[in-house]
Design a protein. Structure first.
Length: 287
């Protein structure tokens, strides 16, 4: 169950839609938060700061004020993936004293005009792994989950490359994550830089590549056949939430950008509150 506003293009919903874009997503008054169970984790999801260090700092300060447990960064901290850009962003992230997990964006895959090398090597040197998992279970002492509640597996994918997509190692790793979750009765939330689905915005994985488009469809098929409740992406610089057209109970959230550049909205990020019965509440924070 998800607390949210579903944006539409119908005339009757236009006022609600515009309000959501200006002021952020609102809690659906028709859903009782108590029905979701007990909150076990609050996660700040940040994306697309593009060297806007002031907004990155501000978002982290707000996240701490709202007592989030950790942050997930969906990439595009930089414009061209240089060490200097990434080191400046890392300094702010580290100084926040907030735990964080990060994956690269397509701007971290910028190809150097000087020697043709990929800047992703800078990302790996500074931040480490390009993909990872976070397990909210009985062994995660910070989170209040009992044996009667399912564990929740957060899977962070790197789908940001506009040429290669996921290599075989990552694809097999992702399949294994979904298999483990299904076998253990876990709930899965998937995070990546590039959205896989949007009903109107064409800026999704595979937009300009038939190879990547086919891979995006493979990922969607895997997700739809797994216990995935939500796919969270960034990159579009315009926040939205939509139901999957083929699987009931699967939602696609796009987190707004922290940068003011190329942004039709005010800079923003999202806070996800995870409940022990698998429910998820989304609050959008406008800077």
């Amino acid at each position: 169950m998800l607390l949210r506003i579903i944006t539409t293009t119908t005339l009757l919903s236009l006022l609600i839609y515009v309000s959501a874009q200006i002021f952020g997503f609102k809690t659906d008054p028709g859903i009782n938060p108590d029905s979701l169970g007990n909150p076990i984790a609050k996660i700040a999801v940040l994306s697309d700061s593009h060297n806007s260090l002031e907004n990155l700092q501000k978002s982290l300060d707000i996240a701490k004020e709202k007592n989030v447990d950790f942050a997930i960064v969906l990439g595009d901290l930089s414009n061209v993936g240089t060490k200097s850009e990434l080191q400046q962003a890392k300094k702010i992230l580290d100084q926040s004293n907030l735990s964080y997990y990060i994956i690269p964006g397509d701007h971290e895959y910028y190809i150097s005009e000087w020697d043709g090398s990929s800047m992703i090597e800078n990302f790996k040197e500074i931040f480490g792994s390009r993909y990872q998992k976070i397990l909210l279970d009985l062994e995660s002492f910070r989170f209040k989950i009992t044996t009667s509640h399912p564990a929740i597996r957060l899977v962070l994918l790197d789908n940001a490359s506009t040429t290669a997509g996921l290599d075989d190692n990552q694809l097999y790793w992702f399949m294994d994550q979904l298999t483990q979750a299904k076998f253990r009765g876990e709930i899965v939330y998937v995070f990546a830089h590039n959205p896989l689905y949007h009903p109107t915005n064409t800026r999704v994985m595979g937009q300009k590549s038939s190879h990547l488009k086919a891979q995006a469809q493979t990922l969607l098929k895997l997700i739809r056949n797994a216990p995935v409740k939500i796919f969270v992406g960034g990159d579009q610089h315009f926040s939205s939430i939509n139901q999957d057209p083929k699987k009931e109970g699967l939602d696609h959230l796009v987190v707004g950008a922290l940068s003011s550049e190329r942004n039709l909205q005010s800079p923003r990020f999202s806070i996800l509150t995870v409940f022990d019965l698998g429910g998820l509440k989304i609050d959008e924070v406008v800077l």
